[in-house]
Design a protein. Structure first.
Length: 160
């Protein structure tokens, strides 16, 4: 199985604020859907609760939590990343979709990272992506989101 981390990361590693994404960029959300469709998606409980419509359709939704009583429609619950990875081991590819703590645990295990790099500050961010030591990505052109005017790039990171 290939394990891929997917995230939208703004300046300073910002990925979230007040239980939501740091920024909403339509092409990023469309890319997220296209890449993850049909694959297991692994996330923490807070990330799951931030999803506006609950479980993501067309994907096996895996939620990590230490709360043994947690349950939600359309999800499988595991107490650890290792247990979740064992449960999806027969999949061709699985994605870790957040949040910050789950990313920290998954980076050493990941094969690749699909990062939307947003070139903007998020001063009120409260959730951050870990530093990417030992990873590299080829430079990609900056794109501009028509709706927000934000500049971003789609970067694929590989281990050095």
């Amino acid at each position: 199985m290939t394990l891929t981390i997917i995230a939208a990361v703004a300046d300073g590693g910002a990925i979230g604020r007040r239980g939501d994404l740091a920024f909403h960029i339509s092409p990023d959300l469309k890319r997220f859907k296209a890449l993850t469709m049909g694959c297991p998606v692994i996330m923490g409980r807070k990330t799951f609760r931030s999803l506006p419509k609950g479980a993501l359709p067309g994907r096996r939704n895996i939620v990590l939590t230490r709360d043994a009583s947690f349950s939600a429609p359309g999800v499988e619950v595991f107490g650890s990343l290792q247990a979740a990875l064992q449960a999806v081991a027969d999949s061709e590819r699985a994605f870790v979709i957040g949040g910050g703590e789950v990313y920290r645990q998954a980076i050493p295990l990941a094969d690749s990272l699909e990062i939307t790099r947003i070139y903007a500050a998020c001063p009120d961010a409260d959730t951050f992506f870990p530093a990417l030591d030992g990873w590299t990505a080829d430079p990609q052109p900056r794109l501009t989101d028509e709706k927000s005017g934000l500049e971003y790039s789609f970067l694929t990171y590989r281990k050095i």
